[in-house]
Design a binder for this molecule. Structure first.
Ligand SMILES: [Fe+2]
Length: 210
């Protein structure tokens, strides 16, 4: 039996849409409305595609979410969102995703597609998934042809885009990466959980900078 129902998956997608819509009026993210449209379309077309798989960091997600909510004003009133994220994460096929022999990275990093070519729910058009990092860890500079938008669920953490200075990414913040734009993250005492959506070339993988 899947750890999540179709109805709960729909509710999760609606919560992501809510996060995006609440920042539509700022006009800061050019492709937000397009992402909402893709999520709305997917919500009407949900059939299970991939089975759950865990990695060391994904096992810690319930714990990460407790930390996320106890430190947060942002998620007050959105406890339902956090509950749905927990279930969606448990249903997702997690992977470390990069071929590296760095054991610390293997222990502290993972991502999973919830919607996408290899997702719990299949899509060829876009992907939506999770990235998790343990505390005091580094996700080195990487890039991908897909255009990405993150929502920070657990944070704050340090974030860098291109050659710009590191900034503090806060819970609830939406962070946009253009295609092939380098980005990196660093956690301190709090672990990181983020939800991403990819549009554009979603089939080419993310690669670490040499
Ligand atoms: Fe990325």
């Amino acid at each position: 039996m899947m750890p999540i129902s179709i109805d709960e998956s729909k509710q999760f997608i609606e919560e992501v849409i809510f996060s995006y819509q609440s920042q539509l009026s700022t006009g800061n993210i050019p492709d937000l409305a397009h992402r909402v449209k893709l999520l709305e379309k997917q919500k009407r077309n949900l059939a299970f595609h991939r089975k759950p798989k865990s990695v060391p960091v994904s096992v810690k997600i319930p714990e990460i979410l407790i930390k996320a909510s106890s430190n947060s004003d942002f998620y007050k009133g959105r406890e339902n969102y956090l509950g749905l994220i927990k279930k969606c994460c448990a249903a997702s096929p997690w992977t470390v995703g990069y071929e590296t022999e760095d054991e610390t990275f293997h222990r502290n990093f993972g991502f999973a597609e919830f919607i996408g070519p290899e997702g719990v729910f299949h899509s060829k058009e876009f992907s939506c998934g999770f990235v998790a990092m343990g505390e005091n860890s580094v996700y080195p500079e990487h890039s991908h042809p897909a255009v990405e938008l993150y929502e920070v669920i657990s944070g704050p953490l340090l974030w860098r885009i291109g050659r710009n200075p590191w900034f503090l990414a806060k819970q609830g913040q939406l962070i946009h990466h253009n295609k092939k734009q380098l980005h990196a993250m660093k956690t301190r005492e709090l672990p990181f959980l983020g939800i991403y959506t990819w549009i554009g070339d979603i089939h080419s993988p993310s690669v670490m900078k040499e």
